[in-house]
Design a protein around this ligand. Structure first.
Ligand code: GDP
Length: 328
């Protein structure tokens, strides 16, 4: 494969080249990994930046309906939109509850949209790496907005927040004052909480739910990366499209403020550092999985179990074998 040629075609915005490149970064084969690395390096100098928007919500809250309506809204303004999915369910079951192309029918037909479903992969670490690299590829292909969608379970929203400039949490209207068991952790990473389905019979409930969340957000510690009034809760309807323009306006206001105040660059720099460390961890784990390493692990484990060697001495030997023995 001619990597320079592929890089050129991606930079020309050719969607087939982009799809092919994402397949390359998804591959676990070591020759593909090497080519993917070369490709990402080749694309780096162009330095194009998209607005990366993470989006999370439980199944049925309206994520795909929202992405379809919001994506079409952005495209109508002349923007190019890519949609990627991080599906934690595929890691467990091999099945997928996200990223099915047929979920966003009009958007998937748009020339200025690119939709990529989540791959089924063995572990979250691999999915995170693939998505992060796919985001970089979409940026290189000149997309203005990259939406990264995930289901609100497990660690996936933290992973998505770590690769996003803005993080949206989609919520369904709920009766009473229950905050739908939304964990504090996810409230703390949200920049905008969007209470969806604020239409028809659900409109009043949605307005009340939104007020509840606005109240809860005010109780959170103020974050340095936020101007006055953020994080915010808003009502939207993905079906009637009410509130979408306002939500987009808030996203722009927030990202403009962060750019002007140095938070944008700092966040990206922190994220790059985080992913570098994550990559080191992944590679160490992969090195441990090689046959020779497994054999050594097993035989040293026997020595430790039999009392011939202390756990830390055995660990030292193991790290020596991996060539990563640490001093101190
Ligand atoms: P996802 O699982 O989060 O992707 O949710 P979907 O987008 O598939 O939506 C789940 C259901 O909620 C579907 O029946 C949608 O038609 C409905 N839905 C989504 N958005 C809205 C909305 O804004 N208003 C109303 N009334 N229903 C909606």
């Amino acid at each position: 494969m001619d990597i320079q040629d592929l890089a050129g075609r991606i930079q020309n915005g050719e969607r087939r080249a982009l799809a092919r490149a994402i397949t390359l970064v998804e591959s676990g084969r070591s020759d593909h990994r090497a080519q993917a690395g070369e490709l990402l390096e080749a694309l780096k100098p162009a330095g194009r930046q998209a607005l990366r928007i993470g989006l999370s919500g439980t199944p049925g809250v309206g994520k795909s309906t929202f992405i379809e309506a919001f994506g079409m809204h952005l495209i109508a303004q002349g923007l190019r939109v890519a949609v990627l999915a991080v599906d934690p369910s595929s890691a467990r079951s091999g099945g997928s509850i996200l990223g099915d192309k047929t979920r966003m029918e009009s958007l998937s037909r748009e020339r200025n949209a690119f939709i990529r479903p989540s791959p089924s992969q063995a572990q979250m670490g691999g999915v995170a790496r693939r998505t992060r690299e796919a985001v970089a590829l979409c940026e290189a292909a000149g997309f203005d907005v990259v939406l990264i969608e995930t289901v609100g379970v497990g660690q996936s929203e933290t992973v998505v927040a770590e690769m996003s400039d803005l993080f949206l949490l989609l919520i369904a209207p709920a009766g009473g004052d229950e905050l739908q068991g939304v964990k504090r952790g996810i409230m703390e990473i949200a920049d905008l909480i969007l209470v969806n389905k604020a239409d028809g019979a659900l409109k009043d409930t949605a307005t009340r739910t939104c007020a509840d969340y606005a109240g809860a957000l005010r109780l959170l510690r103020k974050r340095p990366q936020d101007p006055e009034g953020f994080p915010k809760a808003l009502t939207v309807s993905a079906v009637t499209e009410d509130g979408l323009e306002k939500a987009w306006g808030e996203m722009q206001a927030l990202s403009d403020w962060r750019r002007e105040n140095g938070h944008w660059d700092r966040r990206r720099a922190d994220q790059a550092r985080h992913w570098f460390e994550e990559e080191v961890r992944l590679r160490l784990l992969a090195a441990l999985d090689k046959p020779a390493a497994r054999a050594a692990l097993s035989s040293l484990g026997q020595d430790v179990a039999g009392g011939q060697m202390s756990p830390s001495h055995a660990a030292e030997q193991m790290l020596d074998l991996l060539g990563t023995s640490q001093a101190g």
